[in-house]
Design a protein around this ligand. Structure first.
Ligand SMILES: [Zn+2]
Length: 210
């Protein structure tokens, strides 16, 4: 199944957040062909141009409309964020785990994409580990913010809300939620927290608009 954002679709951006059982071919069809450019993800804040992604490390990938290929990020609990610039047609795919959120990966991706402060961006936040399941140490909770409850020395954090708040400070107000909690919907999603190192990953991707 390919989950989509009505907001990105209505702005003309081909994209999808696939569920775990989705063949890659279905995703490529939805994007109008591939390949999907990816970068080595390291839970940092670096943003990379798709044209320079070969062998690079980063957690935000920007693809320019002129001849650009779709950009994708692999996730299993971390937050996938897909962003489109409605004026230029350029796009960004951002992998935002809690370390990336704290390090500022959303800001780096939006800045490289351009158009945040001009109100030109539309974004969708995909399925990720929800505040129902995302338990961290209290000190990590303080770093991320958006703590929804505390149990002993543990905190439950709403990572999606943290990403949304960061987008808002960057001027990105048109933001769609594609819902789902990766950890407690095993029939739909891979989850690192649930399945450990053997967990699969889901490739969320968006194509530049020509
Ligand atoms: Zn959950």
């Amino acid at each position: 199944m390919l989950l989509r954002s009505e907001l990105l679709s209505s702005a003309g951006f081909s994209h999808a957040f696939p569920t775990r059982d989705t063949p890659d071919a279905a995703l490529l069809d939805a994007l109008g062909g591939g390949p999907v450019v990816q970068v080595k993800q390291v839970h940092g804040a670096r943003a990379v141009l798709a044209s320079e992604a070969m062998g690079a490390e980063g957690d935000a990938l920007v693809s320019r409309a002129a001849g650009g290929l779709p950009a994708g990020v692999r996730v299993a609990d971390c937050v996938p964020v897909l962003v489109g610039n409605t004026r230029t047609g350029d796009v960004a795919a951002i992998h935002a785990g809690w370390r990336g959120v704290v390090a500022g990966v959303v800001g780096e991706g939006v800045r490289l994409l351009g158009g945040g402060s001009e109100g030109e961006l539309v974004a969708a936040i995909g399925p990720c580990i929800g505040p129902c399941c995302f338990e961290v140490g209290r000190e990590v909770g303080v770093q991320i913010g958006h703590v929804t409850r505390e149990v002993g020395d543990k905190a439950f954090v709403d990572l999606r809300a943290a990403v949304r708040a960061q987008l808002a400070t960057l001027g990105v107000m048109r933001v769609d939620d594609v819902p789902g909690c990766t950890k407690h919907q095993p029939e739909l999603f891979h989850s690192f927290r649930r399945d450990g190192a053997d967990s699969g990953r889901m490739l969320a991707a968006i194509a530049p608009r020509s």
